[in-house]
Design a protein around this ligand. Structure first.
Ligand SMILES: [Zn+2]
Length: 126
């Protein structure tokens, strides 16, 4: 996942130095920020891009769901999940359908509309 981000950042930088980057990490994705930061720095070096130290900022993207049956939207915090269930979801986001159902109508037919994957929120080049 860091690989795609590194490649994207390098294409944006276009030979210039990256001043700061803001990266959104989905709540449903189990990503260790320090591990990701390290991997990204390594990959950027391999790709030949320069990034100022300590200039990677992470923001957490909350998980959000929308019911296909009644249209209700909700977040993961609204659902009372135990640690074990949260852990399972972090490992395999697809299992969220096994643990979560619409708080309004109880349907398990819903879309995950936020909190997945990794996205570059902001890039500043020097
Ligand atoms: Zn519903």
């Amino acid at each position: 996942m860091a690989e795609g981000v590194a490649r994207y950042l390098c294409s944006v930088a276009g030979g210039r130095k990256l001043k700061s980057v803001k990266i959104g990490l989905g709540e449903l994705q189990s990503i260790d920020e320090e591990v990701f930061r390290f991997a990204l720095a390594e990959l950027l070096r391999v790709e030949g891009c320069e990034l100022s130290e300590d200039s990677v900022v992470f923001v957490r993207k909350p998980a959000a769901f929308q019911c296909r049956k009644c249209g209700y939207s909700w977040t993961l915090n609204e659902v009372g999940l135990n640690d074990e269930e949260r852990e399972a979801i972090h490992f395999i986001p697809e299992v969220v359908h096994a643990y979560v159902s619409c708080p309004a109508c109880g349907s398990r037919d819903f879309d995950v509309v936020g909190g997945r994957g990794v996205e570059v929120v902001e890039v500043v080049v020097e």
